[in-house]
Structure formats: structure tokens, C-alpha cells
Design a protein around this ligand. Structure first.
Ligand SMILES: N[C@@H](CCC(=O)N[C@@H](CS)C(=O)NCC(=O)O)C(=O)O
Length: 214
């Protein structure tokens, strides 16, 4: 069985949980607490699974892969039904564009190790680091909103569920944690709300996970 090293609150983990449920693939949930004891992701043992010291990481037999974009690609190749990255070249490119706006343009700027660095190494207080996160979230979502103006239908890319929705929903969850009002971005909110009605998205929600903490 596939194993998923992840953390309930991690938006990148949430993406992969959605993808696994969407494809109907059972998996063993291996919690990696990102905070306790300096963060299990920083342990030598976990670094063997993912040298980047972050979740998620998917393990299939003796093969381990990190990075949600790569994990989605791997899942599509081992289980091609219900593609996360659709086959049509234009739909696929748009899906990956949206995923990358979030994956490289927004999420890294609010990652735990980044805000910890700002607060511990640069001496910023919580309010300053939160303002930094909010700035990058709003900038990214403003640009994503423009793109959704031409790409979205019921979901982020037309009327079919794609991997793009699986990146957007966890991002809106992260925005709420950092008090960024996603209602400022009506199309982002609309496609996210539509996707959240689907079972795969509901099963993957942080509050439904075995390691959930309030
Ligand atoms: N681009 C990576 C992002 C992974 C990532 O940043 N994970 C965060 C949680 S969402 C993490 O494990 N952070 C640990 C840390 O900052 O120490 C992916 O898509 O998998």
C-alpha cells in the first residue's frame, strides 16, 4: 500500500490527500509533526525519505518521492484514470500554471521554515512576519484571480476537476490561517467552494485527519 508522510495542517500535504482520495487510492497515513521536538521533518530518519525536510512524501514500496507536483505526476503514471494533470496540452498547461503559481509563487513564502527564519534569525516579531505572508498571499491571489477570469468554469480550469483545484483549496485554507480574506478574490472563492463539495476534498480536510489538533 502507498504510504503518505504528511501533516494535517500542511497545505502541500492536503493537496496530495485530495489527489489520492480523488483517484480512490488507499494509503497509509504517516503523521509527521512539523513542530514537536524541533519538527520530525528535520530528523535524520525523515531526511532519508525527503532530503528537503518537508512534507508530503509518498512512498511506494522502496521508492520515495517528495514535492506534490512530482507526486501528482507519479500518481498519474501509476494510475492514469482520473488524471490530475489532464492529457489535453492546453488544459494540462493551464492546470500546471495554476498549480505552480501556488506551489512556487505563494506557498514557499509562508512555509514554516521561512517564517521561523524571519522571526528567529532576523528578529522580526509575529506581526511583521504575518504582514510579510499576507503581502505575498494577496499578490499571488490577485494574479491567480486574473487568470481564473479566462480559465475557470465550475472549477479552476473549465468544468472538469483538475489538479489545479487540489492546489487552490489547500491554499484558501492556508489563507484563512493567516487572516487573508479570500472573498476579496471571488473566482478563487467560487471554484474553491465548488471543489469543497466533492467527497475527495472533504475526506482530505485537515480536521478529518488522525493527527488533527485544534
Ligand atoms: N513544494 C513542496 C512544498 C512542501 C512544503 O513546503 N511543506 C511544508 C508544509 S506545507 C513543510 O513540510 N514545512 C516544513 C518546515 O518548514 O520545516 C511540495 O509541493 O511538496
Amino acid at each position: 500500500m502507498l504510504k503518505l508522510y504528511n501533516y494535517f495542517r500542511s497545505s502541500a500535504s492536503y493537496r496530495v490527500r485530495i489527489a489520492l482520495h480523488f483517484k480512490g487510492l488507499p494509503f497509509e497515513y504517516i503523521p509527521v509533526h512539523l513542530v514537536k521536538n524541533g519538527g520530525i521533518q528535520n530528523s535524520a530518519e525523515f531526511r532519508k525519505v525527503n532530503p528537503m525536510s518537508h512534507v508530503p512524501a509518498l512512498v511506494d514500496g522502496d521508492f520515495a518521492v517528495g514535492e506534490s507536483v512530482a507526486i501528482f505526476d507519479y500518481l498519474d503514471h501509476i494510475h492514469p484514470e482520473k488524471p490530475l494533470w489532464p492529457k489535453d496540452p492546453k488544459i494540462r498547461a493551464r492546470t500546471l500554471q495554476i498549480a505552480e503559481i501556488i506551489n512556487s509563487g505563494i506557498q514557499p513564502l509562508h512555509n514554516l521554515k521561512v517564517t521561523t527564519y524571519l522571526e528567529k534569525e532576523k528578529g522580526w516579531d509575529k506581526a511583521q512576519s504575518t504582514e510579510w505572508v499576507q503581502h505575498w498571499m494577496k499578490m499571488g491571489l490577485t494574479n491567480l484571480e486574473k487568470l481564473l477570469g479566462s480559465s475557470s468554469g465550475t472549477y479552476a480550469v473549465g468544468d472538469q476537476v483538475t489538479g489545479a483545484d487540489m492546489f487552490i483549496v489547500p491554499q484558501t485554507f492556508a489563507c484563512t490561517r493567516f487572516s487573508v480574506d479570500t472573498k476579496l478574490f471571488p473566482l478563487v472563492t467560487k471554484v474553491s467552494e465548488n471543489a469543497k463539495k466533492l467527497e475527495a476534498f472533504q475526506k482530505a480536510h485537515p480536521e478529518k485527519q488522525i493527527d488533527f489538533e485544534s
